[in-house]
Design a protein around this ligand. Structure first.
Ligand code: A3P
Length: 374
């Protein structure tokens, strides 16, 4: 019998205005539910294949583009959650020293981004109209992705597959599926600028880059390493701090990423937003991001998206979808938690690093280091 988890997955698969599922009567081969869809009550029996929900063309046509996710998402939400759980469980069985490997001097996750994924990503064909989001880890990537999913859905009726949009997390098979997916595609990456597939640069695809002050990013990363079984545990805050400063963390050095983007910050297809500015004024951030990618929104739509993507709203949604794994991705969602972790000496060392690398740069100014890190 389909589980509660399956029911949640079905609800996630279906775009409903009110997202009210009033009745779900599961049986072994079909999954029937009645829900309110754009003000109408609609019932449908969804076929299950080996306990998984497959969306086929007939269903897609019947429910319409804005009701069911696009055909490209043949894999069910349940399968996505299952894949996440499998990866986490694989991490639990793996020794810490096997969880990372180095490629061209940069550490990557063995489970999430094995070499074949990076090879496939390297040759990915970008499209001019792709919606590309890039962030150094722990700068608020999942937040901006959630915002972007809603913008694309509300403004253009586009449904974005539920899988993580990071190109380095995609196996060669997923890359093939994405290559055939309709536009506009939501794509993301934590990769260093130099490792973003060349076609994104030649096509001048719009790239939204999210940064966060380096002190809070370090703290967030430290907790993430300790909570995410896919990554090795950080031995102590002091050890982690030194690894972070030296770029010995997955995806490499924060400052190397920042310096690379500084060189491209004025290009018309590049836009930088900061975690802190989203925290300061989320509706304004949403408007900025939507405008950059040419997705028109009314003031009411901006307001609704902002309400749905606050930290507390996203924690609630995530708890429903990911249960205990939710706390891996959501922690405090605050600015300034570094003060509870950094020693005076560490704070001074980071200040010096910032001064040496980013002081006087445009990205440095955007990060408002004096305001958030002093
Ligand atoms: P903290 O660990 O400081 O809480 P990423 O998605 O790039 O991995 O970033 C994770 C960080 O973003 C975590 O920071 C997480 O709690 C925070 N975050 C996620 N959603 C958020 C939201 N809606 N508002 C504010 N912060 C959010």
């Amino acid at each position: 019998m389909p589980s509660r988890r399956m029911r949640r997955a079905v609800c996630k698969l279906i775009r409903v205005q009110t997202s009210t599922v009033c009745c779900a009567r599961p049986n072994a081969r079909t999954y029937s539910l009645t829900l309110q869809c754009y003000g109408r009550w609609v019932s449908h029996s969804l076929p299950l294949h080996n306990g998984n929900l497959l969306i086929n063309n007939a269903l897609h046509e019947k429910w319409g583009h804005s009701v069911l996710r696009s055909r490209a998402e043949m894999t069910s939400c349940a399968a996505q959650i299952e894949q996440l759980e499998n990866r986490m469980e694989r991490g639990l069985r793996m020794k810490d020293e096997e969880k990372l490997y180095k490629r061209n001097g940069i550490l990557y996750s063995t489970i999430m981004s094995p070499p074949e994924n990076l090879d496939a990503a390297k040759h990915m064909e970008a499209r001019e109209e792709d919606v590309m989001m890039i962030a150094y880890p722990k700068c608020g990537f999942n937040w901006i992705v959630a915002v972007m999913r809603k913008i694309m859905s509300v403004s253009a009726g586009l449904t974005v597959p539920n899988r993580p949009p990071l190109i380095e997390f995609w196996s060669p098979d997923v890359h093939q599926t994405v290559a055939q997916s309709p536009s506009r595609r939501l794509i993301g990456s934590h990769l260093h600028y130099d490792n973003i597939p060349a076609s994104f640069k030649t096509k001048k695809t719009k790239m939204l880059v999210v940064f966060r002050n380096p002190k809070d990013t370090a703290v967030s990363y430290y907790h993430f390493m300790n909570k995410n079984p896919v990554l090795p545990k950080a031995e102590s805050w002091d050890t982690f701090f030194s690894d972070y400063i030296n770029g010995e963390v997955p995806w490499g050095s924060y400052f190397d990423h920042a310096l690379a983007w500084e060189k491209h910050i004025d290009e018309p297809n590049v836009k930088v937003v900061t975690y802190e500015e989203l925290k300061e004024n989320l509706p304004e951030g949403i408007r900025k991001v939507a405008d950059f990618f040419s997705f028109p929104l009314t003031d009411e739509q901006v307001k609704a998206i902002a309400e749905e993507t606050t930290f507390s709203a996203m924690v609630e949604t995530s708890k429903k979808s990911y249960g205990t794994y939710s706390q891996v991705f959501f922690r405090k969602g605050e600015v300034g938690d570094w003060r509870n972790h950094f020693s005076e000496a560490q704070s001074k060392q980071m200040d010096e690093e910032f001064q040496k690398k980013l002081a006087g740069t445009k990205l440095g100014a955007k990060l408002k280091y004096d305001q958030y890190c002093m």
